[in-house]
Each structure stands twice: as structure tokens, then as C-alpha cells.
Design a binder for this molecule. Structure first.
Ligand code: 16G
Length: 241
């Protein structure tokens, strides 16, 4: 548990131990963790050391304090690998969560200029504009605005996009999704976003744009999405050339 001979600082070892307990589901989100006094007895260290560990974890967003009540385990962020082109539905399913959507807008519109260009469409081309709030276990994760060429998916309707768009493209339309380029940048939630995502005003948001194409190179979607930065972190493995 705690190795006092180790060169690793004790507060750091406590943090690692508590994080491991969260990962093992010994502590679940919303659970109250033991008090500083109890922790200092458990780890046989001073309360100051415990406080430093807990404060670091509060600052990291792993724990949160409630005045007069105690310290609790926060909802852990989803670690989304940047490799692999998956759908929201697949991402949630692979974590044992249920994906759902609330459709805010489904319209056939003239493509905005940047979308027109990215989808390589001719000037009068129309696109479906689909705006959805994406939920994991009924909790809002992201707002997605998707543009797809109307001519490519003539039968698309609102019912389809209540479920998985990628499922529809691959299973019903038998098209092969190939690759995407993706851009991520930090933004701040505007009023509408904070209300739809159920976060405080001006919360941090990860804005992602994905431009995707089929295996034959035909672009099929432009997706602009706003992810809750308190629920998501993106991870990738990198290799030195
Ligand atoms: C992911 C994709 C999105 C895609 C959607 C399809 C990002 C960052 N991610 O959310 O581009 O349209 O999956 O999900 O843009 P679905 O098959 O569940 O509808």
C-alpha cells in the first residue's frame, strides 16, 4: 500500500492508492471517501499528508468536496483513444454504458460553404443537418452537428438518427467507412451549450470537428461537436521516429 522507504512522495502514493480503488470500483462515483482522520489512520501518516493528497485529487477533478458533508468521488472522465474511428454508440457500448440521443434538429438544407467544400459537393447540393445531444446512461456528453450529403443517403429520416448513424451507413446502406481527419480545440460553453449539456455557465468544452470519408475516398460527413471537458479526456500512444 504505502512504502515509506520509497523515493515516491507519500502523498503521491496515497493518490495512486485511492485512484486504484476507484478503478477497481471499491469507490464508485458519488461515494464519500473516508475522512482525513480515518485516512491518516489507515495509511499511518499525518493528516497534513492526507490533506495534500486529497487536495491534489480535488484539483484534478477526481474527487470533490462538499462543505460540511465530506469528500466524494467525482464522475470519472471517459478516456477516449484517438486511434480507431469509432461511433458514439460503439464507444459507450464498449464501456458498458447505454448510448442515446435527443434530436434537436433534422433538416435538409443548402450546405454551408465550408461543409460544401469539405464534402466536395457542387454548389447547389443539399445536406442533411442533424443536431443531436448524445447521452451516456441518460447523462449528456456532447452536442453533435452532423452534415451528410442528401444525395448519398436519400432515405434518411429522423428515426434513423435516433439510433446509430454509422450502423445505418454500414449495415443498411452497405457503405464502407474508411477514415477521418479530426481537430480538437478548447472552447468555453455558451449559454445554449451549457443548458443542453447541463453544465455551469462558461464550462470548458472540447470542440471536435471530424471530416470522414468512405474507403473509396468519398467524403460522407462533417461533424462539429462539443464535448463536456469534465467528462472526456482524449488519449493517444505516440512513437518516436
Ligand atoms: C462519434 C463521432 C461522430 C460520428 C458519430 C456517429 C466525433 C468526435 N465522433 O460521435 O463523428 O458521427 O460517432 O455515432 O465526431 P452514431 O453511430 O452513434 O450515430
Amino acid at each position: 500500500m504505502i512504502d515509506k522507504q520509497s523515493p515516491l512522495p507519500i502523498y503521491y502514493q496515497i493518490e495512486e492508492d485511492i485512484k486504484q480503488r476507484i478503478a477497481d470500483d471499491d469507490y464508485r462515483s458519488g461515494d464519500m471517501i473516508p475522512s482525513e482522520r480515518e485516512l491518516s489512520e489507515t495509511y499511518d501518516v499525518s493528516r497534513m499528508t492526507v490533506r495534500q493528497a486529497v487536495t491534489n485529487m480535488v484539483n484534478e477533478g477526481v474527487l470533490f468536496r462538499e462543505k460540511g458533508r465530506g469528500t466524494f468521488v467525482a464522475d470519472q472522465k471517459i478516456e477516449q483513444p484517438l486511434q480507431g474511428m469509432t461511433s458514439f454508440t460503439e464507444d459507450m457500448r464498449s464501456r458498458g454504458m447505454e448510448a442515446s440521443s435527443r434530436l434537436l434538429q433534422f433538416e435538409r438544407v443548402a450546405a454551408p460553404f465550408d461543409v460544401l467544400r469539405k464534402l466536395q459537393l457542387h454548389e447547389e447540393a443539399e445536406v442533411y443537418k442533424i443536431e443531436r445531444i448524445r447521452y451516456a446512461d441518460q447523462r449528456p456528453m456532447a452536442i453533435e452537428t452532423t452534415f451528410i450529403p442528401a444525395a448519398m443517403f436519400p432515405g434518411l429520416d429522423e428515426r434513423v438518427v435516433q439510433g446509430s448513424l454509422y450502423d445505418y451507413i454500414e449495415k443498411s446502406k452497405q457503405k464502407r467507412i474508411g477514415k477521418a481527419s479530426q481537430m480538437i480545440e478548447a472552447t468555453i460553453a455558451d449559454e445554449q451549450q451549457s443548458s443542453l449539456l447541463e453544465v455551469p455557465a462558461a464550462s470548458a468544452i472540447l470542440h471536435i470537428e471530424r471530416n470522414s470519408s468512405l474507403t473509396d475516398g468519398t467524403p460522407f460527413e462533417v461533424v462539429k461537436s462539443s464535448y463536456r471537458a469534465d467528462r472526456y479526456k482524449f488519449i493517444s500512444d505516440i512513437y518516436r521516429a
